[in-house]
Design a protein around this ligand. Structure first.
Ligand SMILES: N[C@@H](CCC(=O)N[C@@H](CS)C(=O)NCC(=O)O)C(=O)O
Length: 230
C-alpha cells in the first residue's frame, strides 16, 4: 500500500504587538503546529507599520502565510477565517463539537467575537478619545456594550466553555475582546463568570507558550496598559 506523507504546513504569522494575532499564536500552540513569527511594532498612533501592507494590501494583523497548503501557498487574513483554516488543517481538533446544541454555540461565537463584540468595543474606545461629542456617543454606546457583556456573562454562567463542556477554538476567538474589555476596566466586578473564564484561559500551558513566543502582550493575565489600541 502506498502511504503518502502528510502535508507539511509552513506557517508564518505576521504578528503585530498587542493585537489580535496573539490569538493565532495561541491557537497554533493549542493545535501543536510549528510556525515562525515575523514581528511588527505599532506606530506611535497605534496603527500598523507600512511593512504589513507588503504582505497583504489591508496591512492589518493577523496575517498568516501557509507556504505549503493544498491550495498552493496562501496568505490568510481575518482572524475567524484563519482560525477555521487552522482547525481544518488540524483535522478538526478544537473545532466543531459533537453535540448539535454545542455546534450552534461554536459557530455563533466564532462569528460573534469579530462580528458584534469587537465593533462595539472599538466604538467605545473611539468615543472615549473624542473630547465632547465622545461623551454623548458613549451614553448610547455604553448600554449597548453592557448588554453584550451581560449576555456573554449569562452564557458563561451556564457552561464551562463557549461551546459546551470542552474548550474549543470559539474560546480562542472570544479571548481578544474579553481580554481587551478587562484591560480597559470595563468588566469591574459585574461579570464574575467572564472573570473566571479569563483566569482559566490564562492558566492554559499553550497560552503561556504563545505569550513567551509573541513578546509583551498588554491584554494578557496582568494587563499592562489601558491606553493600548484595539
Ligand atoms: N476583523 C479583523 C481585524 C483586523 C485588525 O483590525 N487588526 C488590528 C490589530 S488588533 C490592526 O491591524 N490594527 C492596526 C491598523 O489598523 O493599522 C481580524 O479579526 O483579523
Amino acid at each position: 500500500m502506498l502511504i503518502l506523507p502528510r502535508r507539511i504546513h509552513l506557517f508564518i504569522v505576521h504578528h503585530l504587538n498587542n493585537s489580535r494575532s496573539q490569538r493565532v499564536l495561541w491557537l497554533l500552540e493549542e493545535l501543536g503546529f510549528d510556525y515562525s513569527i515575523r514581528f511588527y511594532k505599532r506606530n506611535e498612533d497605534m496603527s500598523a507599520p507600512a511593512e504589513l501592507k507588503v504582505v497583504h494590501p489591508l496591512g492589518k494583523s493577523p496575517i498568516v502565510e501557509d507556504l505549503d497548503s493544498s491550495a498552493g501557498s496562501v496568505v490568510l487574513v481575518e482572524t475567524g477565517a484563519i482560525v477555521e483554516y487552522l482547525v481544518a488543517t488540524a483535522d478538526g481538533k478544537l473545532g466543531v463539537p459533537a453535540t448539535p446544541r454545542d455546534v450552534v454555540s461554536y459557530r455563533q461565537y466564532l462569528h460573534y467575537a469579530e462580528g458584534s463584540l469587537m465593533p462595539i468595543l472599538f466604538a467605545s474606545l473611539l468615543a472615549s478619545k473624542i473630547p465632547l461629542f465622545g461623551r454623548f456617543a458613549l451614553k448610547r454606546i455604553r448600554p449597548m456594550l453592557d448588554a453584550h457583556l451581560s449576555f456573554v456573562e449569562q452564557e458563561l454562567g451556564s457552561r464551562e466553555w463557549f461551546a459546551g463542556s470542552d474548550f474549543t477554538a470559539a474560546d480562542v476567538m472570544m479571548s481578544f475582546p474579553l481580554e481587551a474589555a478587562a484591560a480597559r476596566g470595563l468588566l469591574g466586578s459585574h461579570y464574575p463568570a467572564i472573570a473566571d473564564w479569563l483566569v482559566r484561559i490564562h492558566a492554559r500551558p499553550a497560552y503561556h507558550r504563545a505569550l513567551a513566543n509573541g513578546g509583551p502582550y498588554a491584554f494578557g493575565p496582568s494587563p499592562s496598559s489601558k491606553e493600548t489600541n484595539l
